[in-house]
Write a protein that binds this ligand. Structure first.
Ligand code: AGP
Length: 578
């Protein structure tokens, strides 16, 4: 993954404006950043490894500039591998978002023809190929999901969309190109989303899009205010976004439209089989949904989108429904899975926070969770809003199976209002509790986050948050499994973060398992209403949301204590598109 941002203007403008755009794209990668620009008739490049915040650009005005913020997917995070990358004659500067498959063979062939390489990235291949071929003919010859843009010494700025998002805009004598429409706020009021396969040539203040032959046309969209992309006084985006959970819950409820919920629920009810797919946090949301759907009489298969094409696809056919969950809507595993499933006749229902994402575009029906932009890499408010959307969807399915009534649906909306209210009223107290407990998580040999029943996936998610936000090794497990091996580590600085069960059958197990863990020398920290780490009291179905918030705060405060780079964990990126 990576972020692309550039401009081409009639009157020279400050080179530093590129940095404004790139900073807004830093969620797409922070392993390196750089800018190519035209000055005095020649092509210049400034680049450095690391976050774009540290990129120092000269205070000059230039007509054209093209910048990049990098996630190191091919080649390490070094200066040589930082984009823009140049051709042999240093006359073509290229930036790439995504991955070019099979680039090694291309590289060997180019090297055999005398091209000299200075990096180990796939992106550099493009710079050299552009020395030999026209960009429009080139794109069709390459495999992979990527987009690239190039600025040349003779004043050409062009780009190709081959599977990663690109938007273009023109305003006030400048044309712009970017990976993300939100980054254009303040630069332009509307933008065109390039369809896959499109080529665009930018000129000073204008652009010309050439869609793929027979392919879709570009879509015009308004550039909305970037209200959520600032930290608004919070030290980290993650904390701000956890504090936004209550309002996001209310927004999700308001934005989900009855007609699409009816359609999606009808499709699920009529399905021969249902697969729920996602990765990471979205997979955990999918796991919770299996309890919601089971409650209304529908059993679903939950599987990681990374595994789906290899272990489930052969059973997919007409009558199969894929419920695909992805906050970004861009995760490659998810996109690859839905494409393959569609080819075999499946119907796709997407659940995403990004309405212009590929998941939204390529689903038969999609449900927008409308949690607002999430800038921190550790997902928080999008997880809780996704759970809410899935619970509402399951209730709609229940209207078909007869397990839920309109009154139940109305009561659910009231319960969600109540949870949002209670969370808003107690979030500071929860945060205070997390802060005072953070020291207990530091310097542990191992941390187990254990839960049972419907809060088991919340335990997995809690462990994931501890890894991302606090860089602590944590493992999520089912409470009962604690006794089947994991307790061997009890005496080695083991901390068990135990989620109080919300279903009756697990209560007895809970007290017994914790007693044994303590006797064997483990430190036990309980989570739940009135526990060591409190959680807002709620009914069973909403408990995963309530517990998730408490665990997010715990992970966040542990991260602060550890001095971890909370919003930008090493080696991670907001949407994994490799
Ligand atoms: C969440 O905190 C992680 N950053 C990661 O596991 C993420 O959930 C996963 O990569 C899937 O992302 P998506 O929801 O955008 O598809």
């Amino acid at each position: 993954m990576g972020g692309i941002f550039g401009f081409y203007c009639r009157e020279p403008r400050s080179l530093r404006d590129v940095k404004t755009g790139l900073k807004r794209l830093a969620y797409r990668g922070y392993d390196g950043s750089g800018v190519a620009y035209l000055e005095g008739g020649s092509l210049k490049v400034v680049r450095r490894p690391g976050h774009v915040d540290g990129l120092e650009l000269p205070d000059v005005k230039v007509p054209a500039a093209l910048g990049h913020t990098r996630y190191a997917s091919r080649g390490r995070a070094t200066l040589e591998n930082t984009h823009p990358l140049l051709d042999c004659g240093r006359r073509i500067a290229v930036v790439v978002d995504g991955v070019i498959d099979g680039y090694e063979a291309l590289r060997d062939a180019l090297a055999a023809r005398g091209h000299r390489f200075s990096s180990t990235t796939d992106a550099e291949v493009l710079a050299h190929l552009l020395e030999e071929a026209d960009p429009t003919s080139l794109a069709g010859r390459l495999a992979g999901m990527f987009s690239f843009a190039a600025l040349t010494a003779d004043g050409r700025l062009f780009a190709v969309q081959r599977g990663q998002p690109l938007v273009v805009a023109a305003s006030g004598g400048c044309s712009y190109i970017s990976s993300d429409i939100a980054s254009l706020y303040g630069f332009a009021e509307e933008a065109y989303v390039l369809p896959e396969g499109a080529y665009v040539e930018l000129e000073p203040g204008a652009f010309r899009i050439q869609p793929a032959e027979g392919g879709p046309q570009p879509e015009r969209k308004r550039v909305k205010e970037l209200l959520y992309a600032e930290k608004a006084g919070f030290p980290h985006f993650m904390l701000k976004e956890i504090y936004e959970v209550p309002e996001a819950l209310l927004r999700t409820k308001a934005a989900l439209m009855d007609k699409y919920l009816r359609l999606a629920s009808m499709i699920i009810h009529g399905a021969r089989d249902v697969y729920v797919i996602g990765n990471g946090t979205s997979l955990h949301a999918g796991m919770v949904s299996s309890y919601y759907f089971a409650d209304v009489g529908i059993s679903v298969n939950v599987i990681s989108a990374a595994e789906f094409p290899h272990y489930a696809l052969e059973n997919v056919g007409t009558g199969t429904v894929i419920l695909a969950i992805s906050q970004s809507g861009e995760t490659s595993d998810v996109i690859r899975s839905i494409r393959a499933a569609r080819r075999q006749g499946a119907v796709i229902i997407g659940v995403t926070n990004s309405v212009s994402s590929r998941l939204a575009i390529e689903s038969n029906v999609y449900l927008p969770i409308t949690a607002g932009p999430e800038m921190a890499v550790p997902a928080t408010k999008t997880f809780t809003s996704t759970l809410e959307a899935l619970l509402i969807l399951a209730h709609y399915v229940g209207l078909h199976t007869g397990r839920r009534s309109q009154a139940d649906l109305k009561a659910l909306f009231d319960r969600i209002d109540g949870l949002a209210r209670d969370l808003a009223g107690s979030i500071q107290a929860l945060d205070g509790a997390a802060e005072s407990l953070a020291g207990r998580l530091a310097a542990r040999g191992a941390i187990y986050v254990a839960g049972s029943g419907i809060v088991y996936p919340a335990a997995l998610e809690g462990a994931l948050k501890l890894k991302e936000a606090a860089l602590l090794h944590a493992e999520g497990l089912q409470l009962g499994e604690l006794l089947h091996g994991p307790l061997a580590l009890a005496a080695r600085e083991l901390l068990v973060v135990a989620l109080k069960p919300v279903e009756k059958p697990a209560v007895d197990l809970y007290s017994k398992a914790l007693k044994i863990a303590a006797e064997r020398g483990a430190d036990v920290l309980t989570v739940g209403p009135g526990n060591d780490m409190p959680a807002v009291a709620t009914d069973r179905e909403l408990a995963p949301i309530s517990y998730a918030v408490s665990l997010q705060l715990l992970a966040y405060r542990a991260g602060v204590k550890a001095g971890a780079p909370i919003d930008t964990p090493p080696g991670l990126v907001k949407a994994v598109t490799i």
